[in-house]
Structures are given as structure tokens and as C-alpha cells.
Design a protein around this ligand. Structure first.
Ligand code: SAM
Length: 473
């Protein structure tokens, strides 16, 4: 079986031999400083790096070059994403699960975790609470259980969510993180109007994957690994990849992740819309200390920076699994989306007692409210963005990537970020956050170079004070 990025067979596009060769080659060349300098020179053109090239950067331990990588990642981030950070929240619909994942407390053998599935009325309560915080973008999360949580339930829930308009609130983009499924079901999700389909690979190492997933439908490595191809066949052109760092040797999964991105680009003409970099967390009956492959904050930071260099146009997502301090470190190195005010329990947003998180999937590190996160981003000189315009304007898949690669996307994203921030400040912000935010909007509006766009933005910002909402480019 040869390595073939264009193959539709998991073991040919995620090729164990190619990953091991890559890591060997990277180890041999990690002190070849001229080589690494030349790769960094080339990466300045923002065309990305191959999995081999990225692997040698990952292995390089030279301090001066590490600093150069971080500076380059920050420049690339600035070029494509500016100082914008998009905000979202996860919404747990159901924690029924028939899989046996060794790292997740939803595994079927866990008999003491309370199992819950939100009714449509409960979803209304959850989403109302999320809208009252100011959220416009959600990631739906479920365990895998065709009986207790069938696709029809997920589809009905999406319809319910899009239909909830509470005060000035609305959820304008629903991303979905559910188990690998069939082309037919992906088509249904597409028709229901989802944004990104997210599925974490957990680990690309087949043997380790099979050890970690001993039972249930998720134990089929090929079916799971080929899910993004089925999703794209079903018409979903924005997919989100990720590995759960801590489950396997980080370098193997880092290379696998980039090979997966190369495969999607080779076959479908467009790589993943986003990459997530979750790390394993403590949870109900899960002790991360029982796993040997945890990575330090320093290494985590390096992985984020090199991903930004290797796949310049792909969104990078950091969740509240990471602490404020850790999120601070990676903010400028390439992250484009973060969650805020998250609950990982089923029904966690509407529950009175926020400490009561019996059904939660894992412990959160960053427990700040959304307003605290927004205020922090403003202090960091970032524009907190609630924008969902690309997806609603049909700028998805290769259309988005083409605009992104040409640098034109900034003409939409920057004004949209300012206008959605203004909505947040008008409707949800604490007085101090509002003041800071308004100052930032004023400063950032001046930076809009196209006079016509600037004039339109100023007009819309003014209209928002009169109660109008949902302007976008
Ligand atoms: N059930 C879906 C599936 O099979 O892919 C995905 C939904 S699950 C709610 C979302 C993700 O949470 C998983 O893909 C996994 O990477 C992550 N996760 C599970 N247990 C975790 C833990 N203990 N710490 C951090 N993340 C965890």
C-alpha cells in the first residue's frame, strides 16, 4: 500500500510509512539550520508548507529560529485574519453514547454519569440563554447513539435553533460536531443549513486509535478517517479537522493532521475550513494523568504557530479547555476563533447553578463569562467578532478560500467584525466593555481604506444605535 494523497482509502492518504519516514527525516534534519531558514524564507509568501517541511520546523530546537517562527506566524495571522477573533459557544444536545472511547466520560460503560437529551423546549431555553449572552454562532455537540440521538433529532434541533429570535438575538451559524455518518445524512445536514461540519480524528495512528476506541461504531478507523470525504460528497464544503492532543505521540498526529489537509485539498480542491487543537482534560471518570502523551504549554504554542505557517488560510480554533494564560500565549500566533462562556454539560446554560455540571464532558479551564472574554480581547487589541457573513453570503468552500488567498476577504471581514461587535456592545455588553469597544470601533473604522466601504460602515453603525441589526458585506 503506497502513500497517495488523492486516494479515498484512509490508510493510503494517512499513510503510516510516510508519517514515520517524515518524522525520521525531520529528526535527521532538525539541526540543518540553513534548510530551516530557507523554509521560513519561503513560507513568507503565505503559500504554506508540506507536512515534511512543517515536521522539520516542529523538531527544530534552535531558540533563534523558534522566535522567527513565532514572528512569522504572527505576521501571517495579521495578513489574513488581522486582529479579529471570532467567538462561538458549544451547545451540548445529548450525552447518550454507545461508543467505548477510553478518554471520554460519555463512553457507554459509564453508568453513573446522568444521561440527558434536551427536548426542543429545553433547546429554546438554552439558546435563549446563549442569545442573552450575545452569541451568534454555535457548535452543536452530541454523543453517538442512533436510538437516543438519531439524525432526525439533530435536524429538528437545528431547525428549532435557527427559528429562535429572542429580543435582538439570533443564532446565525450552527456548526455541527457529531459522529461520522453517511453521505445521505451529511446531505441532510447541509440542507438544514449547517455551517462547518466538525469531526476530530482524535488520533491518526491506527493502532492507537483502535486501542482508544475498543467498541461501538467509532471503533472503525477507516469509516471515521474517511468521514470528511463523505461530508464533502454530501455537499458540505466547510469541514473542521482536529486531533485530541494527549492521546498519542504529538508529532505523529501533527503530521497526520497536515496530511489530512493535503488530502482534502488534493481530492476536493479545498482543505479544511478550520483546525482545532484540543488537549485532553480531566472529566468524570477520566484522569489525564493515566495517559502518557500530554504536551506542555510551550509545545502547544509551537504547534499552533507552525500550523499557522503551514496552512495560512485555515481557521484555528482554541476552546475553553485551555486556560486564560494559555489562550493569551497563542492569541497572536494564529488563532482565529475561540469559545467563550462555555458549558460542556447538557442543559448547562439555562441551569441556575452553574457549578452543577454532572453531565459535563470535561472540565473547562477558562471559566470567564463571554463579556469578560470580550473585554479581555479588547484589552489585547483584538476585535471580538460575532460575524457569520461568509456562510450566509455563500462564501464557503473554495469560494471562501479563493477570496482568502487573494487577500480580498479582509474587505468583508474587518467591517463585518466591527459591525457585529457594535451589535454586541449595544445589546449585551457591560458598561465598561461597551466603552472600550466603542473606542476600538472608532479607531478601527478609520483603518478601512476603501472610502465607500468606510462610509457605508459609519452609516450602518449609526443605524444600529436606532435599533437596526444584521448588516453585512
Ligand atoms: N461524539 C462525537 C464523535 O464521536 O466524534 C463528537 C462530539 S464530542 C462531544 C467532541 C470532542 O470532545 C471529541 O471529538 C473529543 O475530541 C473531545 N473530548 C472527548 N473527551 C475529552 C476529554 N476528556 N478532554 C478533552 N476533550 C475531550
Amino acid at each position: 500500500m503506497d502513500y497517495n494523497p488523492k486516494s479515498l482509502k484512509a490508510e493510503e492518504f494517512i499513510h503510516d510509512g510516510e508519517i514515520r519516514d517524515t518524522l525520521r527525516w525531520a529528526e535527521e534534519h532538525k539541526n540543518d539550520l540553513p534548510l530551516i531558514r530557507s523554509l521560513l524564507d519561503r513560507a513568507e509568501d503565505c503559500k504554506g508548507l508540506t507536512h515534511r517541511e512543517a515536521a522539520v520546523l516542529l523538531k527544530c530546537e534552535d531558540e533563534e529560529l523558534r522566535q522567527r517562527m513565532y514572528a512569522l506566524a504572527a505576521r501571517i495571522k495579521d495578513r489574513f485574519y488581522g486582529n479579529r477573533i471570532v467567538l462561538f459557544a458549544p451547545l451540548y444536545l445529548s450525552n447518550y453514547c454507545i461508543n467505548g472511547c477510553r478518554y471520554c466520560p460519555y463512553h457507554g460503560q459509564n453508568k453513573h454519569i446522568p444521561r440527558k437529551r434536551l427536548t426542543q423546549e429545553e433547546i429554546v431555553r438554552e439558546v435563549t440563554a446563549l442569545q442573552d449572552m450575545g452569541h451568534k454562532r454555535l457548535a452543536l455537540e452530541t454523543g453517538e447513539d442512533p436510538k437516543n440521538c438519531p439524525i432526525e433529532y439533530v435536524l429538528e434541533s437545528i431547525r428549532t435553533i435557527y427559528g429562535i429570535h429572542h429580543k435582538n438575538g439570533a443564532i446565525r451559524r450552527v456548526n455541527v460536531n457529531i459522529a461520522a455518518t453517511t453521505v445521505e445524512n451529511y446531505r441532510k445536514l447541509k440542507e438544514a443549513g449547517i455551517g462547518t461540519y466538525i469531526l476530530f480524528q482524535e488520533t491518526y495512528n491506527k493502532a492507537q486509535y483502535e486501542y482508544l476506541h475498543p467498541t461501538g461504531p467509532k471503533s472503525d478507523y477507516a469509516y471515521h478517517t474517511e468521514a470528511m470525504d463523505r461530508a464533502m460528497e454530501g455537499g458540505i464544503d466547510d469541514v473542521g479537522c482536529g486531533v485530541l492532543f494527549g492521546l498519542n505521540l504529538y508529532d505523529y498526529d501533527f503530521v497526520g493532521l497536515l496530511m489530512h489537509a493535503e488530502h482534502l485539498e488534493a481530492v476536493h480542491g479545498v482543505g479544511p475550513h478550520t483546525i482545532s487543537v484540543p488537549r485532553l482534560r480531566r472529566a468524570d471518570d477520566i484522569d489525564p494523568d493515566q495517559f502518557d502523551n500530554g504536551i506542555s504549554d510551550d509545545l502547544f504554542e509551537k504547534i499552533v504557530a507552525i500550523l499557522r505557517i503551514a496552512v495560512p488560510y485555515t481557521g484555528l480554533i482554541i476552546s475553553t479547555r485551555e486556560s486564560q494564560a494559555c489562550r493569551q500565549r497563542v492569541l497572536k500566533l494564529g488563532v482565529s476563533q475561540i469559545s467563550g462562556g462555555s458549558r460542556t454539560s447538557v442543559g448547562g446554560y439555562a441551569e441556575e447553578d452553574q457549578e452543577e455540571e454532572d453531565s459535563s464532558q470535561f472540565e473547562i479551564s477558562d471559566r470567564r463569562t463571554l463579556d469578560q472574554v470580550v473585554s479581555w480581547l479588547l484589552d489585547e487589541g483584538c476585535i471580538p467578532s460575532f460575524c457569520t457573513a461568509c456562510y450566509r453570503e455563500g462564501r464557503t468552500g473554495d469560494r471562501f478560500m479563493t477570496l482568502c488567498k487573494s487577500g480580498q476577504i479582509v474587505n468583508c471581514c474587518h467591517p463585518n467584525a466591527l459591525m457585529t461587535l457594535k451589535e454586541y456592545l449595544e445589546d449585551y455588553a457591560a458598561p465598561e466593555t461597551r466603552e472600550k469597544g466603542l473606542r476600538l470601533i472608532e479607531k478601527e473604522t478609520e483603518k478601512i481604506t476603501n472610502p465607500k466601504v468606510r462610509e457605508t460602515v459609519i452609516h450602518h453603525l449609526h443605524d444600529m444605535e436606532g435599533g437596526l441589526r444584521d448588516f453585512r458585506f
